[in-house]
Design a protein around this ligand. Sequence first.
Ligand code: GSH
Length: 219
Amino acid sequence: MADAMKLYGTVLSAYVSRAKIALNIKGIKYENLEEDLSNKSADLLKYNPVFKKVPVLLHNGKPISESLVIVEYIDDVWKGVPILPQDPYERAIARFLAKFIDEKCIPVIKAVGSNGDEKAIAEACEQLQILENQLKVKGTKFFGGDNIGLVDIAADFIAYWHAIREEAAGIKFFTEDKFPKLTKWADDFVNSEAVKNTLPPREQMLAFYLKFFGKANGM
Ligand SMILES: N[C@@H](CCC(=O)N[C@@H](CS)C(=O)NCC(=O)O)C(=O)O
């Protein structure tokens, strides 16, 4: 019997897309369950009582929470195209970079508001430069090599959401000029088969960020 797979998520979430990308890479079919985060379902509260957040993957009735944990779980259970490197040291480095993206890089990028605070922009650029250098040293299309891996998936916010956020805020620092490798990577990543159908519609995302920045009328 085929495995029963359910994914609790919301369409706009970069964390949820991480799980979807991993499922796509492995070619796993799943039922997509859209949550209303202002009125969380009893299932979500039951399956993720600690954080009460999406994504939650339900595999044959067993819940797994936290996007990067889900990605690793999918990679552990389904062989085929690997998401993490096989070599233990390379695996450790991939996990380190994914942690860096989650705990340092994305928070400082999100700290840049719509007022163009120079200090916040400089800090965000400093963190993005670390990823730019990684790609330069590796010389590969993706952080994972020729194929998308854990670090690429962890950085999905940078590849897609961030540019839309910049547009809504009216600020641009993630440019080809400053980050030639990373902007090319972002383009390749969002256009890849496993990724493109997981991304929220651009217009919907832009409307969300315009509202977020108090510019809902496009002003
Ligand atoms: N560290 C979590 C973060 C997930 C997260 O922040 N999810 C948001 C949606 S983007 C959420 O469920 N928010 C609901 C809440 O905070 O109550 C992960 O990687 O899965």
